[in-house]
Design a protein around this ligand. Structure first.
Ligand SMILES: Cc1ncc(C[n+]2csc(CCOP(=O)(O)OP(=O)(O)O)c2C)c(N)n1
Length: 201
């Protein structure tokens, strides 16, 4: 999805997308600074939030920049200890210019996550670390936009959007199923689209 968005933004030809994860392609499974528009490699889970904290600290206390920093994480990823060290530092420095999003899709690489869709547990953990925690339906764009707006207006502490989602949403034989992590569809597979409201709450 990220590579497709970059292609759409004109950073490389869309035809390169078909070479994803092949030996001679720069489009590796995890984006790296081998691509000139990628500053940090965050494919090792748990690196994104610490990097985002550095960017937000610099903006707030060093270079006095107005921009906001957004960090998208997986729910499996959010188990990494580095995430919680970064969460604690964010609270300590009142990083209200930092907004994290956790894609709580219940599944990791090959197994369900420990908390699965226990959104109350996610909320209390992040709130316990001093963050403004908002639980939101991650498939509802209107709700997401309202939550991002709430984050902008939350002062003195960072905000996290805990987005409840279904992995592979909308594709009949993939939605909410393990075993599809990072796997391409085989030629000739014809996914049937599920109705959009099938599992969205
Ligand atoms: C430190 C580290 N350990 C293991 C992996 C291998 N790995 C890649 S993705 C993944 C599961 C990630 O699950 P989640 O964060 O929930 O992401 P999503 O379900 O959205 O793919 C794992 C274990 C990794 N990239 N980095």
């Amino acid at each position: 999805m990220l590579y497709a968005a970059w292609a759409q933004a004109g950073l490389f030809p869309a035809s390169d997308l078909l070479k994803l994860r092949t030996l001679t392609s720069d489009l590796e499974g995890h984006p790296t600074p081998r691509l000139p528009f990628v500053d940090m490699a965050t494919g090792s889970l748990g690196q994104g939030l610490p990097v985002g904290v550095g960017i937000a600290l610099n903006a707030k206390f060093v270079d006095n920049l107005e921009h906001r920093t957004y960090v998208l994480m997986g729910d499996g990823e959010s188990v990494e200890g580095s995430v919680w060290e970064a969460a604690e530092v964010s609270r300590q420095y009142g990083l209200d210019n930092l907004c994290a999003i956790v894609d709580v899709n219940r599944l990791g690489q090959s197994d369900p996550t420990m908390l699965q869709h226990d959104m109350d547990a996610y909320r209390s953990r992040w709130a316990g670390f001093g963050w403004h925690a908002i639980v939101v339906d991650g498939h509802d764009f209107g709700a997401l936009l309202r939550a991002f707006d709430e984050a902008v207006h939350t002062k003195g502490r960072p905000t996290v959007l805990l987005a409840k989602t279904y992995k592979g949403k909308g594709i009949s034989f993939i939605e909410n199923k393990p075993d599809w992590h990072g796997k391409p569809l085989k030629k000739g597979m014809r996914p049937r689209r599920l109705s959009t409201s099938s599992q969205s709450n």
